[in-house]
Design a protein around this ligand. Structure first.
Ligand code: FEO
Ligand code: CA
Ligand code: CA
Ligand code: CA
Length: 596
């Protein structure tokens, strides 16, 4: 493909310097537009957003809060569908004091979770995109929220432990929660990870003793958000199975607004960060997934059937079944020793189950899928430093995982290993070890692996750490071997994606180096391999999410999540007013492009 003006992969730019501004700052020569803000109208019946007149009914037709994953599916030449996750809510920043009852706040917050599908069109400047605001011309628009019916599909569907008071079938769940990262599939659907779903369940009495170990492993305590006052299914005491219906990868078909979104049980249940699909040379669909918890695992799914690339209705119908049958495995990383001066080694995929056979002693297929963490625990995988987004690079065939940080690494139960080599500074301090300002795995890694023979279905792989993040002046940091005086500081990698040249784009969550979060471009091959350069910085208190390069590398879509989320902030006393259209912050999706 011929290079186009404003190509974000080939453009040379001066890195944005770390800062604490309350703005989105893109590299010189580029600019950005705000595409969708919290509260913007998605469906024709939606009222114009008014922070003082919020209702659950209005929110069910407006853009939700705390946008995270950002996906794009083209809709002809000049339009596209923007698919966005709404991970969670910041009630203290959303609601003016003395305006709503506690029950109203809960009901509105519940509906602000979920996903949005929004029709967008090209702006006047190449690379710019904006909402189609005449919603009569946007028939694909959709809000998925806590009241939206989902089908539970795959081998665990219908299991007794998925049945609830409202759903004796165990196949029909309402809503999706804490949707973090995701991916688009080669067959045109969107996958979205239900991450910290454990926090939404209350208890009115005891917890069901049958699930003591299972609840504990998933962090389900019964200390929730009081949602059971609005909807009794969030009371564990009376509906112990409701949490088993969250923690899945959901698959949505945005091209068919009437389709029922599905929870794919074959991909296991854990704190799913997201899922990204690659079609292996063999034709099988392979999904890579992270379980975002300190000391949890990286997973892989390989479909039993092969992807059909034909552009026919029959092929699409077949491809929509690919995630329901296959093999779920968990990763083990073995180091080859520090003597070679690099963090690297070999690894293997340990199968947990197929759709018909369990490989875990004492556990059925449904046991493995519903309580995947407990199944994996028995098989000796590597405990990782919070696996976030895991994504295959379509250009070089390697896979990249963001390991964001781990305050527990180095404790006796979580010793360092070559793939997780740096002990937490807190742990080191308690051991009396010397500390530098940037020491400890507060800043995270980017892990890279190469499937054996370049085949994503292979049982083995080789791996290395591409980045040991942090202040480049700190001795422990590593940037792919490039001269560290040429890189931007980076902390807490979270989401990853690729431009058409195969360069990595990374967004961060929780920068502990003293400046705001942002988005970075990183070559992964050639003499500049590892040269992290900051392209965007976020407003105050915001996390950067969902970087996505599209439109022939001319557009960088990203989400500005939780602007103003700073301790002590309230609606009346905000730490951010970004995007500066109101006197309170509005989480939003932006697009960056070449300034004309
Ligand atoms: Fe929602 Fe793991 O970030
Ligand atoms: Ca080594
Ligand atoms: Ca994330
Ligand atoms: Ca990603």
């Amino acid at each position: 493909a011929r290079a186009v003006a404003g190509d974000l992969a080939t453009s040379v730019f001066s890195p944005v310097r770390p800062n604490k501004r309350d703005s989105v700052t893109v590299a010189e020569g580029f600019t950005h537009s705000v595409v969708m803000r919290w509260g913007d109208r998605v469906l024709p019946g939606a009222p114009v957003f008014d922070a003082y007149k919020q209702t659950a009914a209005a929110a069910s037709m407006q853009f939700g809060y705390n946008c995270d994953y950002v996906g794009i599916l083209p809709l002809g030449r000049d339009k596209a569908l923007l698919i966005v996750n709404h991970e969670y809510t910041d009630e203290n920043l959303m609601f003016p004091a003395d305006t709503y009852t506690p029950a109203e706040i809960k009901a509105i917050a519940m509906v602000n979770h979920g996903m949005s599908v929004v029709t967008i069109k090209r702006g006047l400047v190449p690379g710019d995109w904006q909402q189609v605001t005449n919603l009569r011309n946007a028939p694909h628009n959709r809000r998925l929220h806590i009241g939206t019916p989902f089908a539970i599909v795959g081998p665990a569907a219908g299991d007794d432990r998925l049945k609830t008071v409202a759903d004796p079938t165990g196949r029909a769940a309402l809503g999706t929660l804490n949707n973090c990262a995701g991916g688009t599939t080669p067959w045109g659907t969107v996958l979205s990870g239900e991450e910290n779903f454990n926090q939404y369940f209350d208890k009115s009495g005891d917890l069901d003793a049958r699930y003591t170990a299972q609840y504990a492993r998933y962090g389900i305590t019964g200390v929730g958000k009081g949602w059971s006052e609005v909807d009794p299914r969030f009371d564990l005491t009376t509906d112990p199975h409701e949490p088993h219906r969250f923690g899945w990868i959901v698959e949505v078909d945005p091209t068919d607004p009437k389709s029922t979104p599905r929870k794919q049980t074959m991909l296991g249940r854990f704190k799913h960060e997201g899922a990204n699909i690659v079609i292996a040379r063999s034709g099988h669909a392979v999904a890579y997934m992270g379980d975002d918890e300190r000391g949890d695992y990286i997973y892989r799914f390989v479909s039993a059937d092969k992807f059909d690339p034909a552009k026919t209705v029959k092929a699409r119908r077949h491809n929509l079944t690919l995630l329901t049958k296959g093999t779920l495995s968990v990763a083990k990383f073995v180091g080859d020793g520090a003597g070679d001066g690099s963090y690297d080694g070999t690894g293997s995929w340990i199968p947990l189950c197929t759709d018909t056979t369990s490989y875990v002693e004492g556990m059925s297929v449904a046991d493995v899928l519903i309580f995947t963490r407990l199944a994996a625990d028995k098989m000796g995988p590597t405990k990782m430093d919070r696996p976030e987004d895991v994504e295959p690079n379509p250009v070089n065939g390697k896979v990249y995982a963001a390991l964001t940080n781990n305050s527990n690494r180095g404790k006796p139960e979580l010793p360092v290993d070559e793939a997780n080599p740096i002990a937490s500074s807190m742990v080191r301090a308690s051991l009396g070890a010397p500390l530098t300002a940037a020491s400890g795995n507060r800043n995270g890694y980017v892990l890279e692996w190469t499937p054996a023979g370049g085949e994503h279905t292979a049982a083995m792989f080789t791996w290395d750490l591409l980045l040991v993040c942090g202040d480049p002046a700190a001795a422990e940091t590593y940037f792919g071997g490039v001269d560290k005086s040429t890189v931007s500081p980076i902390s807490c990698p979270d989401n990853v994606s690729f431009d058409s040249e195969g360069q990595l784009w990374i967004s961060t969550d929780g920068n502990v180096l003293g400046s705001n979060d942002g988005i970075f471009r990183v070559p992964v091959s050639g003499p500049l391999r590892g040269q992290v350069r900051q392209f965007v910085t976020m407003p105050r208190g915001a996390e950067a999410c969902g970087p996505l390069i599209t439109d022939r590398n001319r557009s960088l879509f990203f989400a500005v999540q939780h602007p103003g989320e700073i301790d002590g902030a309230t609606f009346e006393k905000q730490a951010s007013t970004w995007p500066h259209t109101d006197d309170f912050p509005r989480p939003s999706v932006c697009v960056a492009y070449k300034r004309r």
